[in-house]
Design a binder for this molecule. Structure first.
Ligand SMILES: Nc1nc2c(ncn2[C@@H]2O[C@H](COP(=O)(O)OP(=O)(O)O)[C@@H](O)[C@H]2O)c(=O)[nH]1
Ligand SMILES: [Mg+2]
Length: 416
């Protein structure tokens, strides 16, 4: 026996079933029911349609022969009634199913909306991240420009860049100096050692203008304190200065030492005093300083030697502060050794800043990196008063002048 299968599409189950019955007869079997939507958005708002696939056994000739409008039997009528009830039930089921599908669609739409929103949020976040990354790249570039990456210079200037770096000068300053060379010197003369050296010396001299040696007071002693870390040459420098002022300049000088931590320290200054013939006072506590100063008010110059203070040591620093508060020196000179690295020098300056008003750079004879002075000149407003360049008392000291500082910082230049 053959089956005839046909698909019916209608607006609702009842109407579609009616059509099936009319075409295929009451004996038709429903194979599949499906409702779907036509048109609309996200499966909503469209028109619900019903699709029913039905099949019927190809009827023997007798059935076919049966006239269409033959009167129905009562039994047939009942069967049809039952059929209608079944259809109604089916319709209800389908409507329930449609309700469920509607709910699902709504939930789906919610999900889709949430997804869209999430995507929008993600886009905003991504944009912000991109902006942050750009900012960080920029900052990174700035840092590189500021301190880091060595610039590549043209062949005649590259050896100078290397030379300045060896002298302890930092990249930003090297850049500044060589750019000035590029402006001062015509390109064909970049190979000329003397032309480049002259430009560099000029620029560096201009940087070193902040220098002031000790100036004596009228009618009262000029009180000069030397402060700084241990071993930088404070006591030796006082010996040199005292000898210079008393022996060469014939000034009336006295020495006071507040460095009573080691006997040797007191002995050291006393020895200098004896050699140059000036009085040495020993002060055991800050309270004694006023008396010592009063005792020498007839002098033109009084040097105060202090104990070396570690800038890291807070107690030491407060003791030094107490001493300076009592002594009220006219000049307070912070001694820094040129052998220290720039970072340490800057840290010492920062710690001693409030107690000092001048700088002395010592031990210039001990370093090839005197250029590092320039890094700190760039970053402090304190004038440099003296530089020292050896252990010999009283000879190895110089009044700081821009020209001399530049010479020390730059050195002899590239060797031929
Ligand atoms: N090479 C060199 N050594 C120096 C100079 N100034 C001081 N010194 C030496 O550094 C050491 C410590 O000096 P000193 O005056 O006792 O340092 P202080 O602890 O700061 O008082 C001594 O051996 C000095 O001879 C200098 O300009 N050059
Ligand atoms: Mg000392």
């Amino acid at each position: 026996m053959q089956m005839r299968v046909k698909r019916f599409v209608g607006d609702n189950v009842a109407e579609t079933m009616g059509r099936i019955k009319r075409e295929l007869g009451s004996e038709a079997i429903i194979l599949q029911t499906r409702q779907f939507r036509e048109g609309g958005f996200f499966g909503l708002f469209g028109r619900t349609r019903v699709e029913i696939t039905a099949a019927v056994e190809d009827q023997p000739v007798a059935v076919k022969k049966m006239p269409e409008e033959a009167p129905l039997h009562k039994a047939a009528e009942r069967a049809e009634e039952k059929e209608r009830e079944r259809e109604k039930e089916k319709e209800k089921e389908i409507e329930k199913e449609i309700g469920i599908k509607m709910k699902e669609a709504k939930e789906l739409r919610k999900l889709q909306e949430a997804e869209v929103e999430r995507e929008r949020d993600t886009a905003v976040l991504k944009q912000e991240l991109d902006q942050m990354r750009q900012l960080m790249e920029k900052m990174n570039q700035n840092i590189l420009n500021f301190s880091g990456d060595q610039m590549a210079w043209s062949p005649p200037l590259q050896p100078w860049a290397d030379y300045l770096r060896e002298r302890g000068i930092q990249e930003p300053l090297i850049r500044q100096l060589l750019r000035q060379v590029q402006q001062d010197v015509t390109e064909e003369d970049w190979w000329s050692r003397s032309a480049v050296y002259f430009s560099l010396k000029n620029s560096i001299t201009k940087m070193c203008v902040n220098t002031t040696p000790i100036r004596l007071e009228q009618d009262k002693p000029c009180v000069v304190a030397l402060i700084g870390p241990t071993g930088v040459g404070k006591t030796t420098t006082i010996g040199k200065l005292a000898a210079g002022f008393s022996i060469v300049d014939k000034r009336k000088v006295a020495l006071i030492t507040a460095d009573t931590y080691r006997v040797a320290a007191v002995e050291q200054l006393k020895t200098f005093g004896d050699i140059i013939g000036v009085a040495v006072e020993v002060v055991m506590a800050p309270a004694g300083i006023a008396e010592a100063l009063a005792k020498h008010k007839d002098k033109e110059l009084i040097f105060i030697d202090t104990a070396g203070r570690s800038p890291q040591h807070d107690l030491h620093m407060s003791e030094l502060r107490a001493l300076i508060d009592k002594a009220k020196p006219d000049v307070s000179m912070l001694v820094l050794s040129a052998t220290m690295n720039t970072q340490d020098m800057l840290q010492v300056i920062q710690r001693f800043q409030l107690l000092a008003d001048h700088l002395i750079i010592s031990k210039l004879d001990e370093t090839q990196c005197a250029g590092n002075m320039l890094n700190l000149i760039e970053q402090t407003s304190m004038p440099i008063a003296y530089v020292t360049n050896g252990q010999n008392v009283p000879d190895d000291i110089e009044v700081a002048t821009p020209e001399r500082l530049a010479l020390y910082a730059l050195g002899g230049g590239l060797s031929a």
